[in-house]
Design a protein around this ligand. Structure first.
Ligand SMILES: Cc1cc2nc3c(=O)[nH]c(=O)nc-3n(C[C@H](O)[C@H](O)[C@H](O)COP(=O)(O)O)c2cc1C
Length: 301
């Protein structure tokens, strides 16, 4: 059985990764997981300068999920290089750097700096963060802007370029088409959905900006539908994200059309979730006589 996915020179032999923002810079999980069973680590978003992010509270639980409003808090690209990358270079998982910014030049700067750096296997471009005032989601809701940022970044790197799409749009397929037309190697979907929780005591939203990003089991069907839609609009691979808390959920993503998956906030409840999802997926594929990712996609035809 070969469930690998090739993105340029990168071969993801294990299709199960851990999603950006839910796994820090991997060292946080050093003694908790078996990295040889995690296909790829998608880092916390990196911006040119360090960001302290939004005021707290930044998280609130919801029925079957959670809202976050982290605001892209991160160490910045220089500290990433000196403090975080040395550990990431040691693990067997592939390392995809999630890139964010307020303006196009922020994304360009991070990609330019990391393009020649050993240990960075690819980029995931976050044009879908709902928790910042500038950049993020504003970019990811207009196919022309998605096309422009993809074109600009494609010219700056020969490493795999993955555009991470937002579900907070009318037509997610058109965003994927724009990314594909400008040379993206893959799209990943979905980022979080916009949500709000109101505190009955204060009669105000719990999160300081009012809204936050909804993730967790509640969004699984939304994510599976997005993967289904997107994978029928583009030829490049789709990486499924959203609501995976069991291996069966990952199988749904793959059957919908994904070629790989990412486990997100499910890791908070079970740090070993990604590797367990991989084990479950392998066992199921074995029982079903599945030999490749393409076989998953053939099952619905
Ligand atoms: C606390 C938290 C922080 C996140 N930070 C980022 C981020 O920096 N960049 C990004 O592209 N997505 C970020 N995400 C979105 C996740 O990568 C993922 O797309 C989303 O949580 C849906 O997957 P899930 O339902 O499995 O959690 C974050 C999610 C959470 C819960």
């Amino acid at each position: 059985m070969d469930l690998s996915l090739s993105l340029r020179k990168l071969i993801l032999s294990n299709p199960v990764g851990v999603a950006s923002g839910t796994f820090g810079y991997a060292k946080e999980y050093e003694n908790l997981v078996d990295f040889s069973r995690i296909g790829a680590v998608y880092t916390k978003a990196i911006t040119p300068e360090p960001r302290i992010g939004n005021p707290s509270p930044r998280l609130v639980e919801t029925p079957a999920g959670m809202l976050n409003s982290i605001g892209l808090a991160n160490v910045g690209v220089q500290a990433f290089l000196t403090d975080k990358l040395p550990f990431l270079r040691k693990i067997p998982s592939s390392v995809i750097v999630n890139v964010a910014g307020a303006v196009d030049s922020d994304y360009e700067q991070v990609v330019e700096i990391l393009d020649s750096v050993d240990g960075v296997d690819g980029f995931e471009i976050n044009v879908s963060c709902p928790n910042v005032k500038h950049g993020g989601l504003a970019l990811g809701t207009d196919p022309k802007l998605v096309a422009a940022i993809t074109r600009s970044l494609r010219a700056r790197t020969s490493k795999p370029l993955i555009l991470k799409l937002s579900p907070n749009v009318t037509d997610i397929g058109s965003m994927a088409e724009a990314a594909e037309a400008e040379g993206a190697d893959a799209v990943s979907c979905i980022n979080t959905l916009i949500g709000m929780v109101i505190d009955l005591k204060t009669k105000k939203p719990v999160l300081p900006f009012g809204t936050g990003g909804l993730s967790g089991p509640a969004i699984l069907p939304v994510a599976v539908a997005a993967v289904y839609k997107v994978s029928r609009r583009v030829k490049i691979p789709v990486i499924g994200i959203g609501g995976i808390t069991r291996w069966q959920d990952a199988v749904q993503h793959l059957l919908a059309g994904a070629s790989a998956v990412q486990v997100g906030c499910g890791t908070f409840a079970n740090p070993k979730l990604a590797q367990e999802v991989y084990d479950g997926l392998l066992a199921w594929a074995w029982e079903e006589g599945i030999q490749s990712i393409a076989d998953f996609h053939a099952l619905d035809s």
